[in-house]
Write a protein that binds this ligand. Structure first.
Ligand SMILES: CC(=O)N[C@H]1[C@@H](OP(=O)(O)OP(=O)(O)OC[C@H]2O[C@@H](n3ccc(=O)[nH]c3=O)[C@H](O)[C@@H]2O)O[C@H](CO)[C@@H](O)[C@@H]1O
Length: 368
């Protein structure tokens, strides 16, 4: 069994692919898996780190506004298409899976034109351009939200949910605070601005830190690689340093341990982290990114809020003083946290990888 997986740019597209890859290996240890991404995306680091091979193609996202850059981007799409075709000819996959990001475009299209079965997965309720176009060429479209059905050809859509890494699912109910040098008995907040970090969210967390120290509340603060130095510099300027209950890191590879070390998460509302949050039932304060296509993070966040699993703060409305107070009130309200956790767990769809594995196997059976 040979499976080629393409997905890239940000963690939210890459980790669902990794979750699917690990499910395939769990069921079929002899399966051969190859990822295809670009040199510019997080996949370059994340995929080898998870133990998988990756090959790269040259491709750039197409902007809606037409300019001189559009022509160079179109040229790269063609180049990427030929590079992807070559990789496919060499690897000879039985099936090709796309988990989002523009890199999937040429890879999935090349496979489909060669008659290889293709499946794409859409994490978000409102799909991006690449998946909308690809849906006309692929065999199946796996979706996370029922609401996104309407964007794709009806006969191809399967509601699967969003694949969550098994190592995260396996840790439901654990308390791993001591792995971070933290006191397991103390309330702890995890703050994370998506896979790349978020400046405004980080600034809010910085303003929150003195209050956390005052109330003896612990914090794991994932700043994002590009924000790490700035965050440390700002904290130094504010004379906050070496507090033992606060862990500040640029990125964590063991997200399973981070997610199971908090009583509350302050997070962006990307679809993949949302699936992880609900799988573990983590009460959440969500600050959706206003800079994503069709404002889809706000949709994700409001979905949790409407189900009593999260509180949503719009970035433009953040008032450091008011919202810090709200965070402290929430983390100290055990009863409300428990209720939110329960509501969150009710929303989880934890068998997405299994469902996608079944789709894959069905296509391979057709070949027998
Ligand atoms: C700005 C942007 O375009 N964001 C999109 C991107 O978000 P982004 O890539 O930020 O994805 P998510 O927030 O959904 O998920 C982040 C993923 O990275 C992991 N993680 C994060 C930090 C860390 O230190 N370690 C780690 O492993 C999380 O556990 C999670 O698996 O893809 C999502 C899924 O298509 C979309 O919904 C988001 O709108």
């Amino acid at each position: 069994m040979k499976v080629l997986i393409s997905g890239g740019g940000t963690g939210g597209h890459i980790y669902p692919g990794i979750a699917i890859a690990k499910k395939i290996l769990e069921k079929n240890p002899n399966a051969k898996i190859l990822f295809v991404g670009t040199q510019n995306g997080l996949e370059k680091k994340l995929v080898p780190n998870e133990g998988f091979d990756i090959k790269f193609i040259t491709v750039e996202g197409l902007n809606k506004k037409i300019s001189l850059k559009t022509f160079s981007a179109i040229k790269k799409v063609f180049k990427g298409f030929f590079e992807a075709s070559k990789i496919i000819e060499q690897f000879k996959p039985d099936i090709v899976i796309g988990t989002g990001g523009y890199v999937c475009g040429p890879v999935v299209l090349a496979a489909s034109l060669k008659g290889i079965p293709t499946v794409i997965h859409e994490q978000n309720a409102i799909p991006g351009l690449t998946n909308k176009v690809l849906s006309h060429f692929v065999n199946k479209v796996a979706i996370t939200f029922k609401d996104s059905e309407k964007y794709f050809p009806k006969n191809k859509v399967v509601l699967t949910g969003n694949p969550v890494r098994e190592n995260i699912l396996n840790k439901i109910g654990e308390n791993n605070k001591s792995k971070w040098g933290l006191d397991p008995s103390k309330s702890t907040i995890l703050a994370v601005g998506g896979s790349r970090g978020a400046t405004r969210l980080n600034d809010f967390v910085i303003s929150l830190i003195p209050k956390l120290i005052e109330k003896d509340i612990q914090l794991i603060f994932i700043t994002g690689e590009r924000e790490y130095d700035r965050v440390l510099k700002t904290l130094k300027q504010k004379n906050i340093k070496d507090y033992k209950g606060i862990v500040i890191v640029p990125y964590v590879y063991n997200m399973d341990d981070a997610l199971t070390s908090c009583d509350l998460i302050i997070s962006r509302a990307g679809a993949t982290i949302i699936s992880e949050i609900t799988s573990l039932g983590i009460p959440a304060i969500l600050i959706p990114s206003p800079n994503v296509a069709n404002n889809h993070q706000e949709y994700n966040a409001l979905n949790l809020e409407q189900n009593g699993a999260a509180i949503v703060i719009k970035e433009a409305q953040i008032n450091d003083e008011v919202f810090s107070e709200q965070v402290i009130n929430l983390i100290t309200n055990k009863e409300l946290l428990e209720k939110m956790s329960f509501n969150s767990r009710k929303m989880a769809m934890v068998d997405a990888s299994e469902k996608i594995y079944e789709i894959i196997v069905n296509y391979l059976k057709k070949d027998d």
